[in-house]
Design a protein around this ligand. Structure first.
Ligand code: HEC
Ligand code: HEC
Length: 310
């Protein structure tokens, strides 16, 4: 009997420790205000990060008419339900005007919201977590200069269990590594700059990759294309695979695409990619060149080209 009681007590301890460890491991992470020493923000750099980050593509109510009105916009359909991009204009109530800098940095780098809740990865913080702290701070300073919009947020339309934000703690444990961008010392400064822009703010992999059933990008499917998560169409393989991907594109071809959306086959990209190009067109030629040089180094990965690929 005594040994049975001991066993039960032991099991209870293991469960309690397990639950505490689980709560600890899946707790939303924060960046403290003390991690943000005083500095002069570079607003022009913030605008560059805003452009390459494509913030307006999701958060502008009417991207074409008013690309700087961040009153919330896009309805993002997915197999988990529909997300509505919130108001991130400087409005103090409807937007994020009352957020501290640390709260903004926390959202961008940790995917944690102002109330300490996990944010959904439909907000591509799995890529934005690679941003440097200074770039996020400059981005925030730039966004403060934009017009405020009083449009209230629309609630997401998600089924159970995806409507429970706490479940995202497990998702983050699996798919959010919390690592900053690390330049590769074996590569040129230009290629490292391109890698940072493509993998971090540019978040190209968020659309151009295959995902598993939990919505995480698979290693072998990274940049290898796949069905559009929004349900319509197919997003092309942009890896250097000779047959399935863009192994036959030159650095200059990539540069041209990022400048005006034209492809070597003589066409122009459409749909979401046309909006991405509207953003990359605003970058400096040096940044586009850096992105192009990096894209030319992407490992070749299999993944069929869509039937109608140009
Ligand atoms: C692919 C679409 C998409 C892009 C691109 C995007 N976001 Fe978002 N963002 C979202 C969605 C969806 C949410 C809501 C997440 C949630 O409710 O958990 C969100 C939430 C946020 C939040 C939290 C707002 C709140 O009220 O809690 C901030 C801050 C934010 N985004 C900033 C940005 C910035 C800055 C950029 C550009 C660097 C950006 N986003 C790019 C879709 C996007
Ligand atoms: C919001 C989703 C999305 C994002 C983010 C995105 N793309 Fe695309 N991309 C697409 C879609 C969709 C197409 C196909 C467009 C078409 O068929 O006209 C495409 C097409 C392309 C093509 C042409 C491929 C071909 O076979 O012709 C290239 C190259 C490309 N994207 C590179 C990039 C790079 C580099 C980035 C990051 C800066 C990026 N994309 C970000 C959705 C996206």
């Amino acid at each position: 009997m005594a040994s049975l009681r001991k066993l039960a007590a032991g099991a209870a301890v293991i469960i309690a420790v397990g639950a505490a460890a689980f709560a600890y491991l899946t707790a939303p992470a924060h960046v403290a205000a003390s991690a943000l020493p005083g500095r002069q923000a570079d607003i022009a750099n913030g605008q560059t990060i805003f452009n390459v980050g494509g913030c307006a593509s999701c958060h502008a109510a009417d991207y074409k008419a008013n690309p700087l009105g961040l009153g919330g916009g896009l309805a993002l359909r997915s197999s988990f339900g529909t997300f509505h991009a919130p108001n991130i204009s400087p409005h103090p109530v409807a937007g994020i005007g009352a957020w501290s800098e640390a709260e903004f940095v926390t959202a961008m780098l940790k995917g944690t919201g102002r109330k300490g809740e996990h944010l959904y990865p439909a907000f591509p913080y799995t890529s934005y977590q690679r941003l440097s702290l200074d770039d996020v701070r400059d981005l925030h300073a730039f966004m403060k200069t934009l017009p405020a919009s009083d449009t209230p947020n629309k609630p997401h339309e998600l089924g159970f269990p995806f409507n429970i934000r706490a479940t995202l703690g497990v998702w983050k444990l699996l798919f959010l590594d919390g690592e900053p961008f690390r330049p590769d010392p074996a590569r040129s400064t230009t290629i490292n700059r391109g890698a940072y822009l493509v993998e971090g703010p540019g978040h190209c992999a968020e659309c151009h990759s295959r995902r598993n059933a939990l919505g995480g990008i698979t290693a072998e499917g990274r940049m290898a294309g796949g069905p559009n998560p929004e349900g319509k169409g197919f997003i092309p393989n942009i890896s250097q695979h000779a047959k399935d991907g863009l192994g036959d594109w030159s650095v200059a071809d990539f540069e041209m695409l990022l400048t005006n959306g034209s492809t070597p086959a003589g066409g122009f990209v459409a749909d979401e990619m046309a909006e991405v190009v509207q953003n990359t067109a605003k970058l400096s030629p040096a940044d586009r060149r850096a992105m192009a040089e990096y894209l030319k180094t992407l490992p070749a990965r299999e993944g069929r080209r869509p039937p109608a690929a140009k």
